[in-house]
Design a protein around this ligand. Structure first.
Ligand SMILES: *[C@@H]1O[C@H](CO)[C@@H](O)[C@H](O)[C@H]1NC(C)=O
Length: 296
């Protein structure tokens, strides 16, 4: 009988006294500003954590406590910035919770200051284990606002603005057929809320592209995009100086043509009832002085 019991006891002794293995996900956890996140951490192989000390802390400082569970309950020793935001939770629906060694942390109302590593520390009578979970915060900015401004040369200067980004987004201008367009300039600025605001602009003519899109995206793939119809802006500007100038030119050209025809056939006309200088007077009358600049 003894030769079975002794190795079994030995095994039990080794398991409980030498180490307590704590596991966490290998990849960083990414979550948006303002959301609630679960930082998974569990004991493996599963054993009850109900009688253990569970400590979540930050900045490599044991006393920078996010949450402390000890003597069977949460202790009121956490840092002010984590008060009413942190609790123990289940890492998945299948988890058995504390009695199965799940010591995952739930953190609410995430702020940019929560970015970084969190230490998960679990300690028993004679063994402890600890691991680190990295949290990355992201901010998906507002839908870009596009403001077109007609330039003197007939192009449109399109300005694209968006705010509330973290980290800095990528800016991309494209045409409807998928070509990448190069902006005239882009700038990032950091607001008081530590979030990035972005401004980018490009001057475009309607022959460059008809439909232009300005998109901003995070490395994690989230994207905000707005489109604008350059063609429509240029043609809707019918009251602008270009159309007026064109109409003046057209009228002058027509009047000039009439004058030229009258002048050319003056012999035939004067042969009948009309006088030569009368024709010239008429031509001058028809063709206003204001049109002269068109010719010379
Ligand atoms: C286009 O507008 C932006 C401001 O939105 C300005 O900084 C830039 O100089 C303008 N570009 C041109 C070519 O007018």
């Amino acid at each position: 009988m003894m030769w079975i019991i002794i190795p079994l006891l030995m095994n039990l002794f080794i398991e409980t006294s030498v180490s307590l293995t704590v596991l966490v996900p290998g990849d960083p956890i990414v979550a948006p500003v303002g959301s609630t996140v679960i930082l998974p951490c569990w004991i493996s192989p599963a054993e009850s954590a109900e009688a253990l000390e569970i400590r979540w802390y930050r900045h490599d400082q044991f006393n920078n406590t996010v949450l402390l569970y000890n003597h069977g309950k949460i202790q009121d020793v956490q840092e002010e910035s984590y008060r009413n935001r942190s609790s123990l939770t289940l890492r998945s629906d299948q988890s058995g919770g504390l009695k199965d060694g799940d010591v995952s942390l739930r953190l609410e109302k995430l702020t940019l200051q929560d970015e970084g590593s969190f230490h998960c520390y679990v300690s028993g009578e004679s063994a402890y284990g600890k691991e680190e979970v990295v949290l990355k915060i992201k901010g998906l900015g507002s839908t870009p606002v596009l403001i077109p401004k007609l330039l003197d040369d007939g192009r449109v200067n399109i300005s694209c603005r968006s705010s509330g980004w973290y980290p800095e987004p990528n800016i991309k201008w494209t045409s409807a057929d998928g070509r990448v367009l190069h902006p005239g300039g882009s700038s990032h600025s950091l607001g008081t809320d530590k979030m990035f605001s972005v401004h980018s602009w490009m001057a475009i003519s309607h022959s460059d592209a008809h439909l232009v899109s300005c998109s901003m995206s995070l490395r994690t793939g989230e994207l905000q995009e707005s489109r604008i119809d350059v063609q429509a802006i240029i043609s809707s500007d019918s009251s602008g100086p270009w159309k007026a100038l064109f109409l003046t030119f057209l009228i002058c050209a027509l009047l000039g043509l009439v004058g030229l025809i009258l002048y050319k056939y003056r012999d035939k006309l004067t042969g009948t009832i009309w006088q030569n200088d009368f024709i010239i007077k008429i031509s001058n009358l028809i063709y206003p002085k204001s049109c002269h600049f068109m010719i010379f």
